[in-house]
Design a protein around this ligand. Structure first.
Ligand code: URA
Ligand code: SF4
Length: 235
């Protein structure tokens, strides 16, 4: 990763180059030889608390979840995808139409731009982890409601505990406000150092890729944010 121009080129060009690879990635298999809780649980009806679940059981719990009304309109839950060993965790808002249909995060148009951002950062999609604040699609792509986001937040919190990333990239206002427990605007939260809760995990707030598609001139600012991610990773 070098100049801003190279980054912008990557953002524009990789969008198209990487198209054919979308949808293939579901890498919740970082530890293929480790027996899951589902396999070792002595009694089938002993369901661990969310805070105790491993990734596989957590994913199954999400697939069956009816904790909020979004369960009624979803096609598929979208748990997340990538490496459970990732240093960088990207958190979007919630599944859109394509994501709901495929059960995978960021596989639509915004996803292509996110892939380009990840490439610009020097990673493949399968080296990072990508998920959302809510795991079920809000109808008509509206923002998740506060009660929906809070109903789903234990899953996200557990995902963060399992992955233990060095850096979380909050994509857009909904994600940033939830992660930082703040009502400050995106503009107010962006560009300042912050930690996730009482951990050492850095949170970098940036624009949602769907917003960047509407306002491509802001891509240059998102470059600053990704540069910051790079810097934090090298520390
Ligand atoms: N937008 C999001 O916030 N998340 C997705 O997974 C796709 C689009
Ligand atoms: Fe459950 Fe989250 Fe889906 Fe709501 S959005 S039903 S809390 S998985």
């Amino acid at each position: 990763m070098a100049t801003g121009d190279e980054f912008l080129t990557a953002m524009g060009i990789e969008v198209w180059k990487l198209r054919d690879r979308q949808g293939e990635i579901d890498l919740d298999k970082a530890e293929p030889n480790k027996p899951s809780q589902a396999e070792i649980a002595p009694e089938k009806n002993q369901v661990p608390a969310i805070e105790e679940m491993d990734a596989q059981v957590l994913k199954a719990a999400v697939a069956a979840c009816q904790r909020c009304q979004l369960s009624k309109t979803r096609t598929n839950t979208v748990f997340g995808a990538g490496s459970l060993e990732a240093d960088v965790l990207f958190i979007g808002e919630g599944p859109g139409r394509e994501e709901d249909l495929q059960g995978l995060p960021f596989v639509g148009r915004a996803g292509k731009l996110l892939t380009a951002m990840i490439t610009a950062l020097g990673f493949d999609r399968n080296q990072v982890y990508i998920t959302n604040v809510v795991k079920c699609r809000p109808p008509n792509n509206r923002d998740p409601l506060t009660d929906e986001a809070s109903a789903c937040s234990r899953y996200l919190r557990r995902q963060i505990e399992i992955i233990k990333p060095k850096v979380i990239v909050a994509l857009g206002r909904v994600s940033a406000q939830l992660l930082l427990d703040s009502e400050v605007s995106l503009g107010g939260l962006r560009g300042r150092p912050q930690k996730y809760r009482d951990t050492d995990i850095d949170v970098v707030v940036t624009y949602h890729p769907a917003y960047l598609l509407r306002k491509p001139t802001e891509k240059r600012k998102s470059w600053d944010d990704l540069w910051k991610v790079r810097l934090l990773l090298s520390q």
